[in-house]
Design a protein. Structure first.
Length: 202
């Protein structure tokens, strides 16, 4: 430490300032480097967040589509069908948007197949709507008309047989009417839940 005493005060002072300035420049350089690196990290995070939001939108709209289809199957109303169509359109648009914010070719290929599947889902739903319209027409013009007519004719047969004292005819008409009522019941049950057991009971 004797050599430190040999250095002049002026040199020590300027050397100290120089050392402090060198340290400040070094710290400033490190800070600038880290800020630039943080900016790149934030940019990457921003891109990932946009991609994630776009994919979440696809999933959300597809969920809404499926819920709307469920409601349409239960109710068969046009309001549910319109909800499905709107959610379906938004799901396809969200898939296209997700492809636009994504740079990865493999992910874009998957998104393209999802978009194609969504469009296929839309076409299949329109077929369901058509089948539902056919089903409703058959129910309203055939089942709901013929069922009461047959029941009324069986009632007339039962009343006539009772007046004539023909207990065998009255009994058979009653049994037939019971089977008719059960058949109508299981037809309605099948139309609601499409259970194979109800179909077999008809």
């Amino acid at each position: 430490m004797n050599w430190l005493n040999d250095i002049r005060i002026r040199t020590k002072t300027f050397g100290g300032f120089g050392l402090v300035l060198t340290l400040l420049v070094l710290i400033g350089g490190i800070a600038i480097y880290e800020l630039l690196r943080g900016s790149d990290t934030f940019q990457t995070y921003r891109e990932l967040a946009r991609q994630s939001n776009a994919l979440t939108a696809v999933g959300t709209h597809m969920r809404d589509t499926r819920l709307g289809v469920k409601d349409f199957i239960i109710r068969g109303d046009q309001e549910s069908a319109q909800r499905v169509r709107l959610a379906q359109k938004e799901a396809v648009e969200a898939a296209a948007l997700a492809m636009g914010v994504n740079d990865d070719a493999e992910k874009n290929e998957r998104l393209s197949s999802i978009k194609t599947a969504l469009e296929g889902y839309e076409e299949a739903f329109e077929k369901v709507v058509d089948f539902r319209a056919q089903r409703d027409a058959l129910v309203n013009t055939q089942l709901n008309v013929l069922g009461p007519q047959i029941r009324e004719k069986l009632t007339v047969i039962m009343e006539t047989a009772a007046r004539d004292g023909d207990s065998v005819a009255a009994y058979r008409a009653g049994v037939t009417q019971q089977h008719l009522m059960l058949a109508r019941f299981y037809v309605q049950k099948y139309l609601v839940d499409n259970a194979e057991t109800a179909f077999e009971r008809v």
